[in-house]
Design a binder for this molecule. Structure first.
Ligand code: ADP
Ligand code: MG
Length: 352
């Protein structure tokens, strides 16, 4: 009950908007399920609202509003700051859902890793002025650690809330200029297993470049959505049995791979890696054996970075990118991994 009252009161004091309140700006993205614009308010209210983001979504917008409402109550810092969502029936294209967020910043992780400067471009936006330290693998590794830690932290928030994102990729990670941290966006493909919302993933929603090899997150023994109360009672059990959060962990592992290896940052490079890994039956160690002997400079650089501190980065990568979901680490487990620890080397030697 407290939850409902709180949600109601919170909602009462939040600004509500309608279609005519917004002036459309630059188009930020266009997918199969909606168009995203930067917008400003036609009449500036007393408070300083700043720039906003509007997504005009198709029928899936209803689920996305629901997910964003839940996130802002349960793990607000994990995702872009959601302002408001509503049903808009008067649009020329038929009924739409309109979703509004605060404009977090200009760059997604996809923009940032495409730059020749990566990862130093990220260091300069996180720390402000560039530090006058020597550039080198150690420093690159530190920056990559910071990005990955922030991403895993946000992901742990979602997973602890019972939400699996299912579309974790650099395009859906925004750098928030206000908090100088990375946040997750685009809950359009997300599922909430605790209440059975969007229970069975629509296969066509999944991005094949970042998707884990399992086609469905829940096992095929649970082929259809039970009613909401049944799902709510069952889901902690199903969560334990199926570990659906590990789908996001695989995608996150691929992001670590892209950060470490310049050659896999392009679409074609990542697709090529996926093909190679599949040929090795998703065994990363076998993949390494097959490519390392004839590795070019870019590839050698990636291995060298992951091999720092006794190979702790490589160890973390192999614990995320695994064929079997239940053999992958969790977001919480990854955060506790010695890779993020200054005494990483020592910790690894104790573990082994
Ligand atoms: P889709 O992928 O369904 O088109 P997204 O929610 O991923 O929609 O948004 C598309 C793009 O819009 C993102 O890749 C990002 O560049 C930009 N964007 C989305 N939300 C925000 C936000 N809160 N702040 C700044 N930019 C955003
Ligand atoms: Mg997106």
């Amino acid at each position: 009950w407290d939850m409902f009252v709180l949600a109601f009161v919170e909602r009462l004091f939040r600004p509500t908007y309608k279609k005519d309140d917004f002036v459309l700006g630059k188009k930020l993205g266009e997918g199969a399920f909606g168009i995203v614009y930067k917008v400003s308010l036609a009449k500036k209210p007393s408070s300083k609202e700043g720039d906003l983001v509007l997504k005009k979504a198709t029928e899936y917008g209803a689920v996305e509003i629901w997910m964003n409402e839940r996130v802002r109550r349960a793990c607000a810092n994990s995702c872009a700051d959601f302002v408001y969502g509503f049903f808009e029936s008067s649009s020329k294209k038929g009924a739409e859902y309109w979703l509004i967020w605060r404009f977090e910043g200009e760059s997604t992780l996809a923009d940032l890793i495409q730059s020749k400067e990566f990862p130093y471009n990220v260091e300069s936006i996180i720390l402000g002025e560039m530090q006058d330290l020597p550039k080198g693998l150690e420093r690159e590794n530190k920056i990559i650690q910071t990005i990955l830690r922030q991403l895993l932290f946000a992901l742990d928030g979602l997973h602890s809330t019972g939400i699996v994102h299912r579309d974790i990729k650099p395009q859906n990670i925004i750098f928030s200029e206000g908090s100088r941290t990375f946040k997750i966006i685009d809950l359009g493909a997300a599922t909430d297993l605790r209440v059975g919302i969007n229970y069975i993933p629509k296969e066509f929603l999944l991005d094949p470049r970042y998707a884990a090899p399992e086609q469905y997150i829940m096992s095929t023994q649970t082929p259809s959505a039970p009613s909401a109360p049944v799902a709510a009672a069952l889901s902690p059990v199903l969560w334990q049995l199926n570990l659906p959060d590990r789908f996001d962990i695989y995608s996150t592992g691929l992001i670590l791979l892209q950060m470490a290896f310049p050659s896999f940052r392009s679409d074609s490079g990542l697709i090529q890696f996926n093909r190679q890994l599949k040929r090795c039956d998703y065994d990363l160690v076998a993949w390494r054996k097959s490519v390392e002997p004839r590795a070019n400079a870019d590839l050698r650089k990636g291995f060298e970075l992951l091999d720092l501190d006794g190979g702790i980065g490589w160890e973390l990568l192999t614990s995320m990118v695994r064929y079997k979901a239940r053999q992958r680490t969790s977001a919480k487990g990854a955060l506790a991994h010695p890779y993020f620890d200054k005494e990483g080397l020592l910790a690894l030697s104790i573990m082994q």
